[in-house]
Design a protein around this ligand. Structure first.
Ligand code: ADP
Ligand code: MG
Length: 263
């Protein structure tokens, strides 16, 4: 395996020989991986390769059967779960919004849990809706069901950011969107990452998105980490056949477009 391409001066999230089993099935198999402070990382792999499980281990939705997850040098197994989740924003496919609550109430969930005063909550909700491109006066009072898929996902990202986390975890957040909206939302998430100074880990099966957005790409297959590299290094030197085959569709596409452009 190729070592992480980024300097690890201030490792924010470190997986140290992490294993997670479900019965006999090893969903995450001895994974060691560093997400440097302030970096934007993508975990890429086929369905069932262990991506979501890895993300849940960072959020303590699962605890490892072996190994350790450290944040800022500290083993998160020893930290209060609620205190840990407070610094982690979590957004999933289709937004995962509560259907019977307004958009504003969905974004306000974590600030309310944190007991913020109402005026601070209202100000935060409006500011975040604005930041994710949803004018608050138009969107605050609406039901999630009255929004397009892309708008719902934007609400999901706003909600993930509402508790002022240091870490943003995104699980296939753009899966169901058409290409143009997906690319726009990806760019917006990357700029929110910069603006809020986050450490972001995004799970996706979209290799092209990962190569375009990430500082480092971690490739998983069958629970194992196959390669961690900067996008250019991954593209030019896939570590094994599993990585090469995940890159193959993008390569075929690139070749086809080059041919189409002509000599
Ligand atoms: N709660 C669970 N109970 C049993 N098996 C699970 C559970 N969560 C995930 N798995 C299994 O672990 C493997 C990895 O799952 P997951 O991390 O969700 O994959 P991915 O997100 O890469 O598609 C799959 O084979 C899945 O069926
Ligand atoms: Mg998944």
């Amino acid at each position: 395996m190729v070592p992480a391409a980024l300097p690890v001066a201030m490792p924010s999230i470190v997986l140290d020989h992490v294993t997670k089993r479900f019965g006999d099935h090893v969903a995450v198999d001895d994974v060691s991986l560093t997400f440097p402070d302030g970096s934007f990382s993508c975990i890429v792999g086929g369905s069932g390769s262990g991506k979501t499980t890895t993300l849940k281990l960072i959020n303590r939705l699962h605890d490892p059967d072996g190994g350790r997850v450290r944040v800022g040098g500290e083993d998160i197994a020893g930290i209060d779960v609620i205190a840990h989740r407070r610094r982690v924003g979590w957004a999933i496919q289709r937004g995962g919004l509560l259907p019977h609550r307004s958009v504003g109430d969905n974004v306000a969930i974590v600030p309310r849990l944190l007991g913020w005063p109402p005026d601070r909550i209202a100000e935060t909700v409006d500011r975040l809706l604005d930041r994710v491109g949803l004018p608050p006066d138009r969107f605050r009072a609406r039901a999630p069901g009255a929004l397009s898929g892309g708008e719902q996902q934007r609400v999901g990202v706003a909600r993930a950011l509402a508790g002022e986390p240091d870490i943003l975890l995104l699980d296939e957040p753009f899966g169901a969107l058409d290409a143009e909206i997906r690319v726009k939302l990806q760019d917006d998430v990357r700029s929110l990452h910069e603006r809020f100074g986050l450490t972001t880990v995004m799970v996706t099966h979209d290799m092209v998105a990962a190569l375009r957005l990430a500082d480092q790409v971690a490739v998983m297959a069958h629970g194992r980490l196959r390669q961690v590299d900067a996008p250019r290094a991954l593209w030019n030197a896939p570590a094994d056949d599993a990585v090469a085959s995940l890159l193959a569709p993008a390569r075929a596409h690139a070749d086809w477009l080059r041919d189409l452009a002509g000599p």
